[in-house]
Ligand binder design. Structure first.
Ligand SMILES: [Mg+2]
Length: 217
């Protein structure tokens, strides 16, 4: 199997939940929503409102904000790239994988401006071979098409196999499986998808890069 390693971005290479908490504090302060608002925002986020348009519609209603949901969401997308971080050891691990002959790519769902901003601000855009963003391509994981684009940007064909690492059971593990890739699931306490059991389960992306390094030896 060729050495292709595709990674999800949010809550895989970067800790989106931590960045979201920073954002929630800023947002509550900016709009003078009071201290309990942060808990409410976090709960709304964790309870599965990944679609930000819907999230901001609810937030706007709850706190009786005058700005439109679209404007609130746009401000969020502008701000988030400044709040996310990729740990130095993760950046180093990706660089080491490439030095060992791996092609390394990112395949992520989300709006193009937000996801590209995150890749650029963290420096990830410079340490991977390629990336595919759903917002830019018009297809989302688990659609195999987005994995194909990512592989191609890394200069290889998906047909020769590889690995997908991510935290989402359906988008990353189900999608990776459908794309013919072996999979490593970052278990963050969510429900696994029993239909597509991953090849490995880890709790941190560093464990995933260790596994890949061992396989490549
Ligand atoms: Mg994710």
């Amino acid at each position: 199997m060729q050495r292709l390693a595709l990674f999800d971005l949010d809550n895989t290479l970067i800790d989106l939940d931590a960045a979201f908490l920073l954002w929630a504090h800023e947002f509550a302060e900016e709009h003078r929503l009071g201290r309990k608002a942060v808990d409410h925002l976090v709960k709304l986020d964790r309870n599965g409102l990944p679609h930000r348009e819907l999230f901001f519609t609810k937030v706007r209603e709850r706190f009786k904000l005058s700005a439109s949901a679209a404007d609130l969401w746009a401000a969020y997308r502008r701000r988030m790239p400044h709040l996310v971080e990729c740990r130095p050891e993760v950046m180093a691990a990706l660089t080491e994988l490439r030095a060992s002959g791996w092609r390394v790519g990112v395949v992520t769902n989300g709006t193009a401006d937000n996801q590209l901003g995150k890749l650029q601000r963290t420096g990830l855009a410079d340490v991977v071979d390629g990336y595919a963003l759903s917002g830019a391509e018009g297809i989302r994981k688990p659609d195999v098409g987005l994995f194909e684009i990512a592989a191609r940007r890394c200069g290889v064909s998906l047909a020769d196999g590889g690995w997908m690492v991510g935290d989402h059971p359906v988008a990353d593990i189900g999608g990776g499986h459908a794309a013919g890739l072996r999979t490593i699931w970052i278990d963050r306490g969510t429900q696994p998808d029993h239909e597509h059991p991953p090849d490995h389960v880890v709790t941190d992306v560093m464990c995933a890069t260790d596994i890949l390094q061992d396989i490549g030896k």
